[in-house]
Design a binder for this molecule. Structure first.
Ligand code: SF4
Length: 95
């Protein structure tokens, strides 16, 4: 068994350096690609989270137990992005 392994190593000896070179650079490229993909996903997620309007809504209470009395199930979630009851805190009432 050991002799067979030794023969196999002798056969692939000339190709060992190029194979290791390609594997090492492939590993580096894979790491860089993974970091880039993670950064892209993080940016997309952050962009989506910033579209949640609750923090600027007049119905948002800031209370952990009841964040919003109008839409308590979707408050501060992605479902609140197009909330029909959103009303800006800075809105002035005209009578
Ligand atoms: S009314 Fe809609 S936008 Fe306003 S706090 Fe409640 S869920 Fe968020």
């Amino acid at each position: 068994m050991l002799e067979l392994l030794q023969i196999l190593i002798q056969i692939i000896q000339p190709f060992l350096v190029p194979i290791c070179f390609v594997l090492a650079w492939g590993f580096v490229i894979l790491i860089v690609w993974s970091i880039g993909a993670a950064m892209r996903d993080t940016m997309q997620r952050a962009k989506q989270m910033h579209q949640i309007p609750c923090a600027d809504c007049m119905f948002f209470t800031g209370n952990y137990h009841l964040k919003c009395p109008v839409q308590p199930k979707i408050a501060l979630s992605e479902a609140a992005i197009n909330c029909p009851d959103y009303s800006s805190r800075n809105q002035t009432l005209t009578l």
